[in-house]
Design a binder for this molecule. Structure first.
Ligand SMILES: NC(=O)c1ccc[n+]([C@@H]2O[C@H](COP(=O)([O-])OP(=O)(O)OC[C@H]3O[C@@H](n4cnc5c(N)ncnc54)[C@H](OP(=O)(O)O)[C@@H]3O)[C@@H](O)[C@H]2O)c1
Length: 322
């Protein structure tokens, strides 16, 4: 098959590589499209190595058609259309996936577009709902609502009935976040996010924050948390090591949770996917959740897809088409 490999100086090349074989409990998916994630850009630069035993080909999510079943897989059939959460291997024509990480493509959803969903929706769901305990009584702040994960998080939080505040870089991007269901979108380049959140919540703060900033966002995030608030950190775009005011955290009886999805054991990922399938996937049926696709790029031009992401030209997701 053909796959994108990283050669010297972080250059990407479309190369012939051996086809993957589905192991026990896995299925082989013929890829229709692959979702590009910021994590891929980090992996290409050597900052986010794949977990041990995982394909060193980039790519955390695909859509496609089941081409073969590994030993012991009974819940899926050859020819079925699926979306899949991966630990790697998606920048390719074929990928082997643990069966527990497959989601069906609902009628009415384009097979290619479905590639925009697994990583974004599973990350948003696992962190907003499972870790953050978001309910319809809560106000949530989604940092980076214009991103792949953020655009899914806005839609999920709005569908749950929460009040959704978000940040985005620029007025047009903020406006698009409001179209996705955000009640308030703050342009973090032009506005003071802490002040805007305090004003919007009458000084009360927010119950849940989905954070992609990390260290650089920590002081503001702790200030913006309401009493009993939950800060859930999923990214470190503004640094890994910061200073934390534990006194303020204690006064607020607040908590901080930090997690990655890719490094979790198979059974934990399968549990996230099963919960997403039961509780988030039905939102696709009536359009409360939809893929947000910015660009569709041929797989051979994966480097251009990364450039788009790095240059801030993407709203939602970029898809690669083999
Ligand atoms: N822990 C996990 O399991 C997990 C899983 C998936 C992703 N992630 C992480 O989640 C983050 C988002 O991933 P993605 O694939 O959705 O990336 P993405 O599409 O590139 O989105 C990045 C987002 O960050 C926003 N941003 C950048 N600087 C900001 C700032 N100073 N204040 C507020 N927002 C800012 C961008 O906003 P503008 O473009 O509008 O400026 C954009 O919305 C990444 O850090 C990624 O590593 C973690």
């Amino acid at each position: 098959m053909r796959a994108i490999t990283v050669i010297a100086d972080q250059e990407l090349e479309l190369a012939d590589v051996p086809d993957p074989t589905p192991g026990p409990g896995e299925v082989l998916v013929r890829v229709a499209a692959t979702g590009v994630n910021r994590a891929d850009v980090l992996q290409r630069a050597g900052h986010y190595p794949p977990p041990p035993g995982t394909s060193d080909v980039m790519g955390l999510e695909v859509s496609g058609t089941i081409a073969a079943l590994g030993e012991g897989v009974t819940a899926w059939r050859e020819g079925e259309q699926v979306a899949a959460l991966l630990a790697g291997g998606g920048y390719a024509e074929l990928v082997a996936v643990p069966a527990g990480q497959l989601l069906p493509v609902p009628a009415g959803l384009d097979l290619v577009d479905a590639a925009a969903l697994p990583e974004a929706v599973c990350t948003a769901w696992a962190n907003l709902v499972q870790s953050g305990g978001l309910t319809n009584a809560d106000t949530v702040l989604v940092h980076g609502g214009s991103g792949g994960v953020g655009s899914a998080a806005i839609q999920l939080a709005a569908a749950l009935g929460a009040r959704v505040l978000t940040t985005a870089g620029g007025p047009e991007r903020a406006a698009r976040c409001r179209e996705l269901g955000a009640d308030l979108a703050i342009d973090y380049r032009a506005q003071d996010v802490v002040e805007e959140v305090e004003r919007a919540t009458d000084g009360r703060g927010v119950d849940v924050i989905l954070d992609v900033l990390g260290a650089g966002g920590l002081p503001g995030n702790v200030r913006m948390l309401a009493t009993n608030g939950r800060l859930v950190v999923i990214g470190t775009q503004k640094g890994r090591k910061g200073e934390l005011d534990l006194g303020l955290l204690m006064t607020k009886r607040a908590s901080i949770h930090a997690a990655t999805l890719r490094a979790r054991p198979l059974e934990e990922k399968a549990a996230v996917v099963a919960d997403v399938r039961e509780r988030a996937w039905p939102l696709l049926d009536d359009g409360r959740l939809r893929p947000v696709i910015s660009h569709r790029v041929p797989l051979a031009e994966a480097a251009r897809a990364h450039e788009l992401l790095e240059n801030g030209q993407v709203f939602g997701k970029v898809l690669l088409l083999p």
